[in-house]
Write a protein that binds this ligand. Structure first.
Ligand SMILES: [Zn+2]
Length: 150
């Protein structure tokens, strides 16, 4: 069993400085210019709660598999969305073969399955790949709908 990385490095889109970003805590900002940084993490069954459900901002969950061709296409598109929406969304990738319990919990029938979680509550979901502009619009719509009073 491999441990999830606790942090990774990300380049600030505003000033270009490389920053270390933790997988779980806080809301990453550039140490140099304080701009929000894109936040991309991986999670599995043991750390999904801390990495995704307890995140300080809404989470875009990518339930993917290594053998899935569309997943390889949607991965870079999701990373672009995470970059475009830095400070507003966190991208969390879940390999369903390593985390079958999460796949069962979210009733994944096809990969990729994409979810938007707000404090652990699913506010949007879709199955299948899409382009970065389409995904960004889908995420922004979910965030807008979620902000409306019920
Ligand atoms: Zn910066």
């Amino acid at each position: 069993m491999s441990a999830s990385p606790v942090s990774h490095t990300v380049r600030c889109g505003t000033c270009g400085r490389t920053n270390r970003v933790p997988a779980a805590q806080g809301r990453p900002r550039c140490g140099n210019c304080r701009a929000p940084l894109p936040w991309i993490a991986e999670a599995g069954g043991s750390d999904f709660g801390t990495v995704a459900e307890q995140a300080g901002l809404p989470v875009l969950v990518d339930l993917w598999a290594t053998w899935c061709g569309p997943c390889r296409m949607v991965g870079p598109a999701l990373e672009k969305v995470a970059n475009d929406l830095a400070g507003r969304i966190k991208l969390v990738k879940v390999d369903i073969d390593k985390s079958p319990a999460l796949a069962r919990r979210f009733e994944v029938q096809a990969v990729p399955t994409l979810l938007v979680l707000d404090r652990g509550r699913t506010i949007a979901r879709q199955a299948g790949a899409a382009s970065a502009p389409v995904l960004r619009q889908w995420v922004e719509q979910a965030l807008t709908d979620s902000a409306q009073p019920a």
